[in-house]
Design a protein around this ligand. Structure first.
Ligand code: KIV
Length: 287
């Protein structure tokens, strides 16, 4: 096993222009597979609300759900850094509550850091968290917890004012101690500019090729989540079709008495069945 990915190794990757890879994971099995494949960061994203829990958006996800899933992922990650999303309203009510919730993502769930959505409004909190020893990944651009404020999942920072504000937010987050920033669904030119200005890595999703790293929702990449597929998703497999075929074959085999065959069955030791039958007969005679 190679060494655990750390904040320092990510910074080094940026300086050497080695791309950082990040994918979402919500359970142990996927964490093991992605970690074995060599992914650098496993993000227990609050997208788990839609992908794993069937919610309409990320808003209903609770701290308890995040801890439950992060624990499973952390147990499967041997090399990858594990980052847990702070769900909606787990860091907005008070800094004290936010610190406690973030601390529990590390203490109880085993995350190596947390991810928070937002710019200027969370800068003070990010500083408090990083001063406390909680590594923070920022998230700018399309921040899905603000879906109702945005009125949908559209492209962000499209005009000069918004683009400038995003650049300023990224610099403030870096100054506050964030170790990396996710840039979601913003024009590629802006992501390029932000990436060049920051000393910490940017991780893009729908933010073009200039970011220091890339992240996707694993179920999108594997073709396992079809509710909506954004333009920025590249599908590397269509596992829904593969799973569908496998499950249909299983159903057919069970219905046709093909499965389980002798190959998948266990047999009694020689003589055990005869002895059992005799014992049953004896019991019947006595009754
Ligand atoms: O929740 C999530 O999966 C995310 C990524 C898409 C960046 O925040």
């Amino acid at each position: 096993m190679s060494e655990r990915v750390t904040i320092q190794s990510l910074k080094e990757m940026k300086s050497k222009r080695q791309r950082i890879t990040m994918l979402t994971a919500y359970d142990h099995a996927f964490a093991r597979i992605l970690d074995d494949a060599g992914i650098d960061i496993l993000l227990v994203g609050d997208s788990l609300g839609m992908v794993a829990l069937g919610y309409e958006d990320t808003l209903p996800v609770t701290v308890e759900e995040m801890i439950h899933h992060t624990r499973a992922v952390a147990r499967g990650a041997r090399r990858a850094m594990v980052i847990a999303d702070m769900p909606f309203m787990s860091y907005q009510v008070s800094d004290e509550k936010a610190l406690e919730n973030a601390g529990n993502m590390m203490k109880l769930a085993g995350a190596h850091g947390v991810k928070l959505e937002g710019g200027a409004r969370i800068v003070e909190l990010v500083k408090k968290m990083t001063d406390t020893g909680i590594p923070v990944m920022g998230h700018l651009g399309l921040t899905p917890q603000s879906v109702h404020q945005f009125g949908g999942y559209g492209l962000q920072a499209t005009d000069t004012k918004e683009a400038k504000s995003l650049l300023e937010d990224s610099l403030k987050l870096e100054e506050a101690g964030a170790f990396a920033i996710v840039l979601e669904k913003i024009p590629a030119e802006l992501a390029d500019l932000v990436t060049a200005r920051l000393t910490i890595p940017t991780i893009g999703i729908g933010a073009g090729p200039a970011c220091d790293g890339q992240v996707l929702v694993t179920h999108d990449l594997l073709g396992m989540f079809e509710k909506f597929v954004p333009k920025f998703v590249k599908r590397y497999a269509n596992l829904k079709v593969v799973i569908d075929q496998a499950v249909k074959s299983y159903i057919d085999d069970v219905r046709a008495d093909i499965f389980p065959s002798a190959e998948h069955s266990y047999r009694m030791e020689k003589g055990v069945l005869e002895d059992l039958m005799e014992a049953i007969d004896e019991d019947l005679r006595k009754a």
